[in-house]
Design a protein around this ligand. Sequence first.
Ligand code: SF4
Length: 321
Amino acid sequence: MNKENVLRASKIGHPCDRNLWYSIHEAEELMSEQSRRILELGTILEPVIIQWLRNDGWKVRRNPIDYSNEGISLSIEVNGGSISAHPDCIISDEDTGLIVADIKTMNDRSFRSLKRDGAVKAFPNYVDQLTVYAQAMKNSRFQVDQLAIVALNKNNCEGYIDFFDFEPERFEALKNRAEFILSCNEAPDKGDRFQDWCCGYCGFNHLCELCKKDTSVGDEDIPMTDNEDISNAIELLKEARELSKTGKELEDEAKLVLDKKVRQQNIKSVRVGNIVLVINEITSSRFDTTAFKKIHPDMVQDFMKTSTSVRYELKNLQEAA
Ligand code: SF4
């Protein structure tokens, strides 16, 4: 079977349909030197992580990438072609069944999202990849009881395993998606799973007309970065702002209950387990600039101080346009 008929399971969860189509049509996928090294480092670390899993008591059957020895390489036939699958390993211990697992090395930000939100929410593309692996293994009569991402934080070598279940409906949706991509004679549109960040990381953006069209704002073309440090910093800023918004909402929700149930009953302190809540009434004064401007508009200028600061604004392309 030629390359044009084979989609890779590691690609199947990519948010852009068009990217998937390019990946099977001999298009040149560019990769920065830094991304190439990150990928290479992941491959080099894989046997090390497997050894650490074994040291922690896991039974691990590794599936070497070079397809050597007892390695398994699987494939699922779909209309128009197939999806190839090469699971990293199968792990188990005395309390679990057989778990098909993929090993991912991550930066600190990604690792924290995985631990906080779980793979299903934080990395649906990895869940899609493992869903295909699991189905391919089931088709070949391997037992699969669960799926997992084995993650290593490259900043501090912390390890974490995120477990989740195989969902047949998820596989059906992926199969339909694969069949759609395989049936396209021309590069399709981005599809409804597309997300704004995709084009910046896409190895086909040098030839994709949709990407070029979407990145211009008015007459100005906004340059795409392929620098990992800049990309990580922008995503970190976005995540920090989302977290602080969520934090504010959670704090408001908690204060609403405490106002009613504690403060209004004049309770000054209360304890839950080791956590002590102390309520202090604080009186503060602030200068009312609006009133001052109204009463002494002539004096405002004398008290104005000019300072310069940098504000980082984050917008979606559509908002920026
Ligand atoms: S550049 Fe953007 S739209 Fe084009 S294939 Fe890549 S991700 Fe999809």
